[in-house]
Design a protein around this ligand. Structure first.
Ligand SMILES: Cc1cc2nc3c(=O)[nH]c(=O)nc-3n(C[C@H](O)[C@H](O)[C@H](O)COP(=O)(O)O)c2cc1C
Length: 221
């Protein structure tokens, strides 16, 4: 084994999980639907000082059914579902056009908590996607206007040129359109709340949609 490999393994194996005081989660007191619990856990993650609690992993599958994954920002969570936005022409956008199902993962290590969401990913209408684009910062608009997401980039210089032009346009034209920018809503079929426990007696509570209602069940950790 090379020294670099050994250093990596030593470092890796020195890392810990569930090594901080963790909150208790009593699933018998959980609400009948997952959304209020998600809102409560999100507020608790912010209060616990969790960095970037609004970032999440989005999993999609390509046309062959092969999974893909990346990090995104959560734009809302309401009765319709969990919202994010991206370019419909990106790799994930094309995957979702072919297979409109997604999974989301939140990990809040400050409290040893994980939330998983699975369901159909439905593009919101043009108006909602436009409003999403213009509700955020100039930088976010400039990033969206830069475009070509997931295409092969010839050089860093090319990106700098396109980005500078996009920033100029975003400053001059705050209502500029990025036609491919699309808000998606993941309509939940299943939502799982995981509370880590130092003795590894983790609590897993899964909500499964059952018509208009939700079934709640515990899962072995
Ligand atoms: C913290 C963080 C937040 C991100 N938020 C978004 C986002 O909201 N929308 C987006 O399109 N890409 C976002 N990205 C970039 C994506 O992870 C990804 O690189 C990009 O969307 C291209 O993914 P794709 O090639 O699978 O389509 C974010 C990346 C990080 C690290």
């Amino acid at each position: 084994m090379s020294d670099a490999q050994k250093d990596f393994r030593d470092l890796l194996h020195a890392q810990r999980v569930w090594d901080v005081p963790l909150p208790r989660f009593d699933p018998s007191s959980a609400p009948a639907a997952p959304l209020p619990l998600f809102h409560a856990w999100f507020a608790e993650a912010v209060a616990a000082g969790q960095t970037e609690p609004h970032t999440m992993t989005l999993a999609t599958a390509d046309t062959e059914g092969r999974p893909d994954v990346r990090t995104l920002v959560l734009h809302d969570a309401d009765e319709r579902g969990w919202h994010f936005a991206t370019h419909a022409t990106s790799a994930k956008g094309r995957q979702l056009a072919a297979r409109p199902y997604a999974a989301l993962g939140f990990y809040w290590p400050a409290q040893g908590r994980q939330v998983r969401v699975r369901g159909a990913a439905v593009p919101a209408g043009r108006e909602e996607s436009r409003a999403d684009l213009h509700a955020r910062s100039t930088g976010a608009l400039a990033a969206a206007l830069t475009g070509s997401q997931s295409e092969v980039l010839g050089s860093q210089e090319e990106l700098v040129r396109a980005s500078e032009a996009a920033w100029d346009r975003a400053r001059a034209e705050p209502d500029a359109e990025a036609e491919t920018w699309t808000r998606y809503v993941v309509e939940p079929r299943e939502v799982e709340f995981f509370q880590g426990d130092g003795r590894r007696r983790h609590v897993r509570l899964r909500y499964r949609r059952d018509g208009a209602a939700w079934t709640r069940e515990l899962l072995w950790p």
